[in-house]
Design a protein around this ligand. Structure first.
Ligand SMILES: [Zn+2]
Length: 331
C-alpha cells in the first residue's frame, strides 16, 4: 500500500519529465515508510518535493504535477525542446537559485562594467581565470554553482542565470575538463546579469554553449563582448600568433610564454586564437598541454561554493538537498 503510493507519486513526477536523479536528490531525508502512513506525513513529503522541484504544492497532493514557472524565462539557442521541458528546467533552476540566495549574504549588486571588474580582479591576480572569476561573483553577492543533478533525463542546459528580488544566481550545467571554456561561460552569464538582460524575466537559460552557437541574437553578442572584455581587456581581442602553422603543443607553449605579458589566462588565449583562426580542435587539444592535468571544472567551482555558502542559513534538509545537487550521484 505504502510502496504503491510512493510509486504512483514517483510515476507522476517521471511522467512530467523530471529525471530520476532530480527526484532522488529532492527526496527528503526524514521520509520513512511510517511517515508515509500518516496523512500529514504524505502532505509534508509532497510540500517538500514541490518546494525543491519548483512545483505547485496543492496539485501535487493529488499527484498532479504543475510547474510554478512556465513560459516566463528567456531561452537562448532554443532547440526542439517542448514547453513542459522548459517549464521543468526553469522551475528547478528557480528553486535552486533561490535556495542558494537564501544562503548567500545579501549584497546590493551594482551593475559593473566588464573593464572595471577586470581591473579589480587584476589587482590581486596575474589574469582573470576561472577561480578569480568565481570568487568575484561571490563577492558581488552572486552565488555560482555547478549543477550535478539535472531536472531532465537529457542534460540539456549549458548555463542559467536566475533572478530573484533583484539578486542573481548563476547555475552552470555542462561540465568541462579544463577551466578556460567554463571561465568564458561564467563571464558570459555574468554579462547577462550585469547588462540587464533579465529585466522582466525570472531566468535566462543558455541551452547551448554561447561560444559555439551564434544565431544573430543581440543579447548573446553583448554578453560575449562583456565576457571577452572581462577575460582579455578587449571586446574583440586581436590575438596574433607568429606561428604560421601550429599544432597543439606549439600553441600551448606559445600562449604559456605570453600569458603574463598579455594578462590573459593561457587557456583563454588559446581559445582566442582558435576563435580567430577557426582552429577549435587544435585549441581544445592545446588545453591538454597548457594544464598539468585534467581537472573537472565542477569540483573547483563547487569547492569554492561549499566554502562561501552559509550552510547554517538553510535548514538541515534544505542544506542536504543543495549538497545533493552540487555533488550528484558519482561524487
Ligand atoms: Zn547567453
Amino acid at each position: 500500500m505504502v510502496a504503491d503510493d510512493k510509486k504512483s507519486l514517483i510515476d507522476s513526477l517521471r511522467k512530467a519529465g523530471l529525471s530520476a536523479a532530480a527526484i532522488t536528490a529532492a527526496w527528503p531525508s526524514w521520509w520513512t515508510e511510517e511517515a508515509e502512513e500518516s496523512p500529514s506525513g504524505r502532505a509534508e513529503l509532497r510540500f517538500a518535493l514541490a518546494r525543491r522541484l519548483g512545483l505547485e504544492p496543492r496539485p501535487l497532493l493529488g499527484e498532479r504535477v504543475e510547474f510554478v514557472w512556465n513560459d516566463e524565462a528567456k531561452f537562448k539557442h532554443l532547440n526542439a525542446q517542448d514547453e513542459a521541458q522548459r517549464a521543468a528546467l526553469t522551475s528547478f533552476g528557480m528553486s535552486i537559485g533561490r535556495l542558494l540566495l537564501r544562503a548567500t549574504p545579501a549584497q546590493v549588486t551594482a551593475a559593473a562594467p566588464a573593464d572595471i571588474l577586470r581591473e579589480a580582479i587584476l589587482v590581486g591576480n596575474a589574469y582573470v581565470d576561472l577561480n578569480s572569476l568565481v570568487a568575484t561573483c561571490w563577492t558581488l553577492g552572486i552565488p555560482v554553482i555547478y549543477l550535478r543533478v539535472f531536472p531532465l533525463d537529457t542534460k540539456s542546459m549549458h548555463a542559467m542565470v536566475v533572478r530573484s528580488d533583484g539578486r542573481f544566481a548563476i547555475l552552470l550545467g555542462r561540465d568541462a575538463t579544463y577551466p578556460a571554456p567554463v571561465a568564458f561561460t561564467l563571464a558570459h552569464e555574468l554579462g547577462h546579469a550585469m547588462l540587464g538582460h533579465l529585466d522582466g524575466a525570472p531566468a535566462l537559460i543558455d541551452l547551448e554553449d554561447p561560444a559555439l552557437a551564434h544565431d544573430g541574437d543581440d543579447q548573446e553578442d553583448e554578453a560575449d563582448r562583456f565576457a571577452l572584455t572581462l577575460l582579455t581587456g578587449s571586446p574583440d581581442p586581436d590575438i596574433q600568433t607568429n606561428l604560421d602553422r601550429f599544432n597543439a603543443p606549439t600553441l600551448a607553449r606559445a600562449v604559456l610564454d605570453v600569458a603574463r605579458q598579455y594578462r590573459i589566462e593561457p587557456g583563454t588565449l588559446a581559445l582566442c586564437v582558435a576563435h580567430r583562426t577557426r582552429a577549435w580542435p587544435v585549441a581544445m587539444s592545446a588545453l591538454k598541454f597548457i594544464y598539468a592535468e585534467p581537472k573537472p571544472a565542477w569540483r573547483e567551482v563547487n569547492g569554492i561554493a561549499d566554502r562561501m555558502i552559509v550552510w547554517d542559513d538553510l535548514g538541515d534538509d534544505a542544506a542536504l538537498y543543495l549538497r545533493n545537487v552540487m555533488i550528484g550521484g558519482d561524487a
